[in-house]
Design a protein around this ligand. Structure first.
Ligand code: SAM
Ligand code: SF4
Length: 360
């Protein structure tokens, strides 16, 4: 039955549900093989890097799952200076990554907006406008999104976290700062501004069902999403959700497996989009990122932030490679990707083919 479903060119929601419920190793392998075959067809045996810069852990939000949420008083707050960010950007550029990603806690004040705009302009200056820049800086106004795009960014990652409104309310405070409708509007604004738009969800949240995850995949399709960054939900004990979900979520192994299934289904269903094999996968399995690639992902975001800063940016417990500097991580990752038959593409941005196919 699974074989028959996987032979179809277009899957129905019922097919997606059957596939996400697969629970035996043979069928699971068939699913991953089909996803990898689809990746080879639309992307090739290629992996693109985005050097990740964790710019700041200062955040105005209080998401119930996140270790750097506003109310976590145990966090040593930091914000990299423009020079710090430029130094790391230079390293990323010289090492041929082709793209970088700026990520931080959310701020919407004028100082922050101006700072990011200035920094983007300077990053493009040092790289002769050749770097692809992804931003992951939360919900902003359309005007801010437009300014940052003009200053040099071209992609934006804003996760919907879950498309189930009720579940969204459970994992956030139900207030104006954490509103599902505002998140939807922000995703629309990103499209209007002209970004390659990325979104994603956390996988294995308490009370999340298979049906929810299938609805997430259909949401990605209906919203014509260009890139996906998603991964397992991982507890952080200094958060309200981390405390209340002890014993109420799937095991690490099952959340890891479910995340790989989500990657595979997104590849098969959405075909030519960019899909990240995320750090959270790596946190649950030392070969998590490689397994994500073999399940259909094509982007990895190696952490380029210095090792003195990395421990301060802990969204969840068990963040990997805290002791590694960027170059050690680069060499080890390249070797292991090669061993699974994948080629890291250097000096290319690796934009979402879906974005170009849609806009041409
Ligand atoms: N502040 C920005 C935002 O929320 O979009 C960007 C940085 S935020 C830390 C990036 C992502 O981290 C969130 O979208 C969320 O999905 C993920 N995240 C936060 N806490 C997590 C946890 N405990 N387990 C897994 N992912 C988590
Ligand atoms: Fe802030 Fe993003 Fe964490 Fe929410 S997920 S608390 S917005 S850093």
């Amino acid at each position: 039955m699974i074989k028959k479903i996987l032979e179809k060119e277009n899957l129905s929601p019922e097919d997606l549900l059957t596939l996400i419920k697969i629970d035996n190793p043979q069928d699971l392998q068939l699913l991953f093989d089909k996803a990898y075959e689809t990746k080879l067809k639309y992307i090739g045996n290629k992996v693109y890097y985005r050097g990740l810069i964790e710019c700041s852990n200062i955040c105005i939000k209080n998401c119930k799952y996140c270790g750097i949420r506003r109310d976590n008083k145990n966090v040593d707050r930091f914000a990299l200076s423009k020079n710090d960010i430029l130094d790391i950007s230079r390293w990323i550029y010289k090492n041929g990554y082709g793209s970088l990603a700026l990520q931080s806690g959310e701020r919407t004040d004028k100082e922050f907006i101006d700072f990011i705009e200035d920094t983007l302009k300077d990053i493009q200056k040092i790289s002769n406008n050749s770097l692809g820049i992804t931003l992951s800086l939360g919900e902003q106004t359309l005007d801010t999104y437009k300014r940052w795009l003009k200053a040099g960014a071209s992609r934006y990652l804003l996760r919907i976290e879950t498309t189930n409104r009720e579940l969204f309310k459970k994992i956030h405070f139900d207030d104006d700062l954490h509103s599902f409708d505002k998140r939807l509007q922000a995703l629309k604004d990103l499209r209007t501004a002209g970004y390659q738009v990325g979104t994603g969800v956390m996988i294995g949240l308490p009370d999340q069902t298979y049906e929810d995850l299938v609805s997430d995949i259909i949401f990605f399709k209906e919203n014509d999403i260009d890139m996906i960054g998603m991964g397992p939900y991982i507890l952080h004990e200094e958060t309200p959700l981390g405390q209340s979900s002890v014993g109420k979520i799937l095991s690490d192994e099952k959340r890891f497996e479910l995340s790989l299934k989500m990657i595979a289904l997104c590849r098969i269903y959405l075909k030519d989009i960019n899909i990240a094999s995320t750090t959270a996968l790596h946190a649950l399995d030392p070969l998590g990122r490689e397994k994500g690639i073999l399940a259909g992902a094509n982007v990895i975001m190696p952490n380029a932030t210095s090792k003195s800063i990395k421990p301060k940016y802990q969204l969840y417990r068990g963040k990997p490679n805290l002791e590694d500097d960027a170059i050690t991580g680069k060499l080890a990752l390249e070797k292991s990707l090669k061993s699974i038959g994948e080629e890291v593409v250097y000096f290319k941005q690796g934009n979402s083919p879906h974005f170009y196919n849609r806009t041409k």
